[in-house]
Write a protein that binds this ligand. Structure first.
Ligand code: SF4
Length: 449
């Protein structure tokens, strides 16, 4: 939101008629500046002023959707250069490159492998998002065979790549319902591409040999009413790649330069000599500031670190990661199973529950909502005290889940033991290990009922 409330106020009718639901035009302006109301809520804004306001208030980087339905990949609409300034919003898509020059068995194997690139981490599914299907054969029929196969056997959104505009749009028409990104739209083919992009309602992957060329193409597309673009500035080495990504981001966010106000796509698959270098390049480009990275990598050992890296950058630094407060049953516990308690800091939960699984001793894991902060900080701030845990026991009827009365608390919370012995006098409070990695040893040696 580029405009401040006072600036918006100058452009409103100033009649204070209240029809928008606000007491005054000034109140409406203030709310509009923070997204609390919509421009349309005021029926009296002059159409020209409205268009001006819409332009000025539009996000500096366009939101682009590739694909449809639950697998759609949404990129763009970022607001800051650095994550610590606020947060990054839409994680970059990771696209796996498949060429129509590859043999049929290779393509089948690759498609199967990409489908399998899914991992669970801290309650989130991390996965590859797109297939970049490339018409390297130059043959329309061969490309359509690849697109058809990918369409029928996977539910990924596509980036369609062909230097032949006819082949490109013919393939795009085959899978238009999946809203592919059509690439490359260049200075040479933009005029021919515009009617087809508009007819099929597809986003354009704009390629230029320089930023000036990109600007010329995005401006032409915008004037023609094609709103969704993804920019490839043509960089094919790391140095140029990072430079171009940074220039585009700065121009869009800091200068409000609309022709570069789009998410970007990068090609680490064409920048590197080997897979290790490619993985590093993809990681660096995700950090600065790719909207899509196209990679030839399909090995889990390369893709998993990339997915985790992306996950770490795009988690919101303003909010601790949490899990739901409740009593978790780890590996089907019964009335003789141990009871452990911890906070709802997500990392703690997954480490502790993983350690219990590793111990192979089913258990109840009580997770108390502490706002996502860890044991010691939560105890210090009064969210993980004896009293709070006693209330939790009552709320979740913990006593009736087991025959025994033994509670294992985190080893770092020694002072909590005294509090709990006072609050839960009929329970034996056992101090567990300080490190979650010692839980399996602790349970196998100490747990007896
Ligand atoms: S409807 Fe428009 S003119 Fe009326 S108070 Fe709201 S902003 Fe002002």
């Amino acid at each position: 939101m580029a405009l401040k409330g006072a600036e918006i106020m100058k452009m409103l009718p100033k009649t204070n008629c209240k029809e928008c639901g606000c007491a005054t035009c000034f109140a409406f302006a203030m709310k509009l500046a923070t997204g609390g109301v919509k421009l349309d809520d005021c029926p009296y804004i002059d159409p020209e002023v409205k268009a001006e306001l819409e332009g000025a208030m539009a996000p500096p980087m366009k939101l682009v959707t590739i694909g449809a339905g639950q697998n759609a990949m949404v990129i763009g609409e970022e607001e800051v250069m650095f994550r610590h300034e606020k947060t990054f919003f839409h994680e970059p898509g990771i696209a796996v490159l498949i060429s129509d020059k590859e043999s049929e068995p290779d393509i089948d194997e690759k498609l199967a492998r990409v489908k399998d690139l899914r991992f669970e981490r801290i309650g989130n599914v991390l996965k590859v998002n797109l297939l970049a299907l490339s018409n390297d054969s130059g043959d329309g029929g061969t490309f359509e065979t690849l697109v058809k196969k990918a369409y029928e056997t996977t539910d990924f959104p596509f980036i369609l790549i062909s230097e032949d505009t006819d082949i490109l749009f013919s393939a795009a028409a085959m899978c238009a319902d999946r809203r592919p990104l059509v690439y490359p739209v260049t200075n040479e083919n933009v005029s021919a591409s515009i009617p087809k992009l508009k007819e099929l309602g597809l986003p354009a992957g704009v390629k230029g040999e320089s930023l000036d060329e990109v600007i010329a193409v995005t401006s032409q597309l915008k004037d023609a009413g094609v709103e969704e673009c993804v920019i490839d500035p043509g960089s094919r080495n790391m140095l140029d790649g990072i430079r171009d990504q940074t220039l585009i981001r700065r121009a869009a966010l800091k200068k409000g330069f609309r022709p570069l106000g789009y998410p970007t796509m990068t090609f680490p698959c064409f920048m590197c000599r080997d897979k290790y270098e490619e993985a590093l390049a993809a990681s660096a480009l995700m950090t600065k500031y790719a909207g899509i990275v196209v990679t030839s990598l399909t090995e889990k050992e390369f893709i998993f670190p990339l997915l985790v890296h992306r996950f770490n950058i795009y988690s919101d630094p303003r909010r601790p990661m949490t899990v739901e407060e409740k009593v978790y049953e780890v590996s089907q516990p019964d009335e003789n199973s141990p009871i452990l308690i911890s906070t709802n800091y997500a990392l703690d939960f997954f480490i502790v529950s993983g350690a219990i699984e590793e111990a192979n001793i089913p258990a109840f894991l009580c997770i108390k909502d502490t706002g996502g902060i860890g044991v010691l900080a939560a105890w210090t701030s009064g969210k993980f005290t004896g009293e709070a845990i006693a209330e939790f026991f009552k709320k979740y009827d913990v006593e009736n889940k087991v025959k025994h009365k033994k509670l294992i608390i985190p080893g770092v919370a020694k002072k909590l033991k005294d509090e709990l012995e006072e609050e839960l006098p009929s329970w034996e409070i056992l101090l567990g290990p300080s490190e979650a990695s010692d839980i399996p040893k602790f349970l196998s040696e100490e747990w007896k009922v």
